[in-house]
Design a binder for this molecule. Structure first.
Ligand SMILES: Cc1cc2nc3c(=O)[nH]c(=O)nc-3n(C[C@H](O)[C@H](O)[C@H](O)COP(=O)(O)O)c2cc1C
Ligand SMILES: Nc1ncnc2c1ncn2[C@@H]1O[C@H](COP(=O)(O)OP(=O)(O)OP(=O)(O)O)[C@@H](O)[C@H]1O
Length: 315
């Protein structure tokens, strides 16, 4: 396939034999990985492609979940697609989740799959997968509909962590609580933010702590505060340990949420560099200090605390 990430909203029809994993896959956690592996295994054994059908925005935005605001996505859609391709999927297909799409009957939903993927061989989901108007259909209905078209269905059993199902909802909670260890355990990777370094007010260098700034968060932001972090220049692959603040800088006048990283060896790149910052351990909450000097003194303590973390855990 020429472009591994495609929209299903144009007139395109994808004729390759394929296994299709279906879901939102926000943060591609360990439960999602189980579903993706099922699609990959089927595809490998049957000479098919392993594709993903995913949706944007989160269906809860349309269906009115989480107090009608919808579930905030952990990662932007381009990062989700990248995680899915990195996991070894052959293609990622996005469908606009509109009220009209949400109102499809289970039969219409399955008809849509067959229209877009006429050579569909297998649909892989979790056992808790629901679809069709008002999420009325489950994997049993999917099996019946698919069976009629000679399509196999695989519904993998739920992956647990600490006795509960791993879910993007739990990952969002971990992120909002600053519980980076749980985020790591459930997703299999550290939370990260990636994008181009953006200019700040250039105050950091005047107080002895220059920072590289990113604003490319998903909708769900990490708990505001200070973290031991690891920064990678995605162009040169160099890695730096450091300390990051996520927040709005209340001490120096509020700004839009920003992730600022002060690395221990200040690298020789700046605005426009393509970087990734992983948040490894929450150290403290963001505070409004009485003076810049108090903030400076605290950042020195933060750096020492981050250093202690790296001495134990490595960078
Ligand atoms: C490790 C670290 C901790 C920080 N903690 C706070 C804080 O608790 N409160 C706050 O208002 N700003 C905090 N900041 C943000 C500073 O206010 C900000 O880096 C400084 O004003 C420079 O901003 P600039 O990048 O726009 O130049 C922190 C920054 C770093 C690097
Ligand atoms: N813990 C899990 N174990 C196995 N499969 C899962 C698990 N969680 C989700 N799935 C399956 O992975 C696919 C994508 O899941 P989806 O992202 O829609 O749900 P989720 O992770 O529970 O998200 P949310 O918490 O936002 O509802 C679906 O087919 C779903 O059934």
């Amino acid at each position: 396939m020429e472009n591994a990430v495609q929209s299903l909203d144009g007139g395109g029809v994808f004729c390759e034999p394929c296994a299709l994993a279906i879901g939102i896959f926000d943060a591609v956690h360990k439960g999602h990985q189980h579903v993706l592996n099922a699609a990959k295994d089927f595809a490998a054994k049957n000479g098919a492609k392993a594709f993903v059908l995913t949706f944007y925005p989160h269906p809860s935005k349309v269906l009115g979940g989480e107090k009608a605001g919808g579930c905030p996505l952990i990662y932007p859609a381009d990062v989700r697609a990248e995680l899915l391709l990195d996991f070894g999927m052959d293609g990622v297909f996005f469908k606009d989740f509109t009220p009209e799409f949400a109102s499809k009957t289970p039969e219409e939903f399955f008809g849509f799959l067959m229209e877009k993927f006429p050579n569909l061989k297998c649909v892989a989901t979790g056992e808790n997968f629901r679809f069709g108007v008002r999420a009325s259909a489950d994997v049993k209905v999917l099996k019946e509909l698919a069976g009629g078209s000679g399509v196999e269905t695989i519904s993998v059993c739920g992956v647990l962590d600490g006795g509960n199902f791993v879910s993007s909802t739990r990952l969002r909670k971990a992120l909002q609580d600053g519980d980076m260890q749980s985020f790591y355990e459930m997703s299999g990777r550290n939370y990260f933010c990636r994008g181009r370094v953006e200019g700040g007010r250039k105050l950091g260098r005047t107080i002895g702590f220059p920072t590289l700034n990113l604003k490319a968060f998903g909708e769900c932001k990490p708990k505001f505060g200070v973290y031991a972090s690891r920064l990678q220049n995605l162009d040169t692959k160099e890695i730096f340990c450091g300390v990051s603040n996520v927040g709005v800088n209340p001490t120096v006048g509020e700004c839009a949420p920003v992730l600022e990283t002060n690395t221990f060896d200040f690298p020789d790149f700046g605005e426009g560099a393509n970087i990734k910052v992983e948040l490894l351990k929450f150290l403290r909450g963001e505070k409004k200090f009485a003076s810049i000097n108090d903030l400076k003194a605290q950042i020195a303590v933060d750096k020492e605390n981050a250093n202690k973390f790296f001495r134990v855990c490595g960078c």
